[in-house]
Design a protein. Structure first.
Length: 359
């Protein structure tokens, strides 16, 4: 049953499902009749829903809602639940039951005290439709036994009003830091530690990665961590941009705005000294030799201005102290390949390095 419901959900884009759940329904091959009826006691768990599926006109070969007129995958009915009062946010909704038929059903859902939004989606593999959403409040304190009335005129017993739904989003996680480990030569992944502060009004934090764009919701990417800690470790591909988002989630399922950072793990380099090194005297620059190179071109920059150029015949070069003064430098190196009877040609750059010269 669960596998079937997942296949059906894959056929319904989430954006369309979210719009469906917040509306009064959609044109489709089969439409549930009205709002699901609450058949259990008010404010009691389990919540029992009853609904009557709509009918489909098999003679109608026109478009139904999303452009399909025939039903090739069989009828399936999905019960969808989200925390909080309706209309639901599709990013927090989940399928809690599925039925592989078009019959009437009573569905029982044993949930904890709180406010929930229910809807029923009917799909046949090519088209879908949904009922208007139904807000249900569960409060065990509201359904206690009531003693028999005294002989005196009965006093009406008024049940307490349901508690207001918690619709306030928690504070976004603060203090986000990305600590990138040094990449090993030839490694396909680079370890990265993600740190943050857990907001006081949040139940937990979710860490989401997306290689294409900054995540806008908790399902817009890959969830790599979910918990109430303050750090986690992930791995990313070196040299490729990755977008990291943190979402705080409270006990009612409300989600904060994202805390975002862009991550670019460096590619392992054969250049020495390592980036960020502090050098003195006449430092030696070195790199991995390239087969067929007749010499190398080394260029040194300070504050965006080239200050030195050299053409060593070996994969290393000692910088003259006379060209250096205190500050941060960037250097590049290219190999010059020399085919027989042809002038040398520069191949792809071997690398880029940085260092700080302290005299």
């Amino acid at each position: 049953m669960i596998g079937r419901s997942r296949r059906i959900l894959l056929a319904v884009p989430l954006a369309c499902a979210g719009a469906l759940l917040a509306s009064a329904g959609a044109n489709a091959a089969v439409t549930p009749a009205g709002v699901p009826a609450l058949t259990s006691a008010a404010f009691a768990s389990p919540v029992t829903l009853h609904w009557t599926p709509g009918t489909t006109d098999q003679s109608d070969h026109g478009d139904h809602g999303n452009g399909h007129g025939h039903h090739h995958g069989g009828i399936a009915q999905l019960v969808v639940r989200a925390p909080g009062a309706c209309p639901m946010a599709f990013g927090t909704a989940r399928v809690v039951a599925s039925y592989q038929d078009g019959a009437e059903h009573d569905f029982s859902d044993a949930v904890a005290d709180g406010t929930y939004c229910y809807s029923v989606i009917t799909a046949d593999g090519e088209s879908f439709a949904g009922s208007p959403p139904l807000t249900v409040v569960v409060d065990a304190a509201a359904v206690q036994p009531v003693p028999a009335p005294a002989p005196a005129p009965a006093v009406p017993v008024v049940a307490p009003a349901p508690p207001p739904a918690d619709m306030v989003a928690p504070t976004a996680p603060a203090g986000m830091k990305l600590i990138i480990s040094r990449a090993r030569a030839g490694s396909a992944r680079v370890p990265v530690t993600v740190r943050w502060s857990l907001p006081a009004d949040a139940d937990h934090v979710e860490v989401v990665l997306n290689a294409r764009h900054a995540p806008t919701t908790r399902i817009d990417g890959t969830v790599v961590y979910r918990g109430n800690g303050t750090s986690t470790q992930v791995t990313v591909a070196p040299g490729r941009k990755t977008f990291v988002a943190l979402f705080a989630v409270d006990a009612a399922g409300n989600t904060s705005r994202p805390t975002l950072q862009t991550l670019l793990a460096p590619v392992a380099s054969s250049l020495r000294p390592l980036d960020g090194s502090r050098l003195t005297g006449s430092p030696v620059l070195s790199w991995k030799p390239v087969a067929g190179a007749s010499y190398y071109n080394v260029q040194l920059f300070r504050n965006g201005k080239r200050v030195h150029v050299a053409w060593p015949g070996q994969p290393s070069y000692r910088l003259p102290a006379t060209v250096l003064r205190a500050g941060t430098y960037v250097w590049f190196v290219w190999p010059a390949l020399a085919p027989k009877h042809a002038p040398p040609k520069f191949a792809a750059r071997i690398g880029r390095g940085t260092f700080t010269y302290v005299g």
